[in-house]
Design a protein around this ligand. Structure first.
Ligand code: PXP
Length: 235
């Protein structure tokens, strides 16, 4: 069964709307744990639009499940990651103007920069995952660069409908098999919700799903613990 990493960025987004102290994503992480989260995922963006440096540091001290820090190949953020040493780091692309992470990391076009970031993180004892579109060339290169895991970007699957959705699921299934074949750990995430998660969770060898927006949205009405419990039971 895949484990669930709950992404708590969206709690920080509400806090930053007023630049105040509440709601605190550190509380959200504790409640997600009580609801059964197997891991806590958070994204320290270069523009600090939601998660702040303090959140990463405090959470590392207070969360008892593994922490998965999402980050771009930004020098200052890499420094913080190496200092705080989350159990896992997921390298993602970042554009300041985007609403959320829009696509997978293009390792093929940015090989040297990504390789340097991987080396730095692994040198600090952090397990590295790359967030990639379901494209065989990207996955082959991830394997060459020696990362432990690949997180397949499920955003296209989540947006597609009907036959197009089946085709997107097939792409994920094929790339999952390639990832397993290389001996890397298989993760997936982005856009997964209570209606579309089951087929992705059922992909052979799926180890970890990172889910944020749908869980925090449901939590507004039912509370974080119940929202996490409901997602866990679907997985
Ligand atoms: N995985 C990665 C790499 C992401 O960047 C995000 C969004 O921060 C997620 C998973 C979670 O996506 P969502 O909020 O759509 O569930």
């Amino acid at each position: 069964m895949a484990i669930l990493g709950v992404n708590i960025d969206h709690v920080a987004t509400v806090r930053q709307a007023r630049k105040t102290y509440e709601p605190d994503p550190v509380w959200a992480a504790a409640l997600a744990e009580l609801g059964g989260a197997d891991g806590i995922t958070l994204h320290l963006r270069e523009d600090r639009r939601h998660i702040q440096d303090r959140d990463v540091r405090v959470m590392k001290e207070t969360v008892s499940v593994p922490m998965n820090l999402e980050l771009a190949t930004d020098e200052a953020v890499l420094e913080i990651a190496c200092e705080v040493r989350p159990e896992q780091a997921t390298l993602v692309p970042e554009k300041r103007e985007e609403v959320t992470t829009e696509g997978g990391l293009d390792v093929v076009s940015n090989r040297a920069v990504v390789a340097a970031a991987i080396q730095k993180l692994q040198g600090a004892g952090i397990v590295v995952s790359l967030f990639l579109d379901p494209e065989p060339a990207q996955i082959s290169l991830a394997n060459e660069l020696g990362v432990e895991a690949v997180e397949l970007h499920t955003g296209m699957y989540a947006l597609a409908k009907g036959a197009a959705r089946d085709a997107e699921l097939n792409r994920l299934v094929e790339c999952a098999s390639q990832i397993r074949g290389f001996g890397m750990t298989l993760h997936a995430g982005h856009g997964l919700n209570y209606h579309n998660v089951k087929p992705v969770a059922a992909i052979e060898g799926m180890c970890e799903l990172n889910i944020g927006h749908s869980i925090i949205s449901r939590a507004v009405f039912v509370g974080i613990q119940q929202a996490v419990r409901e997602m866990k039971s679907l997985i």
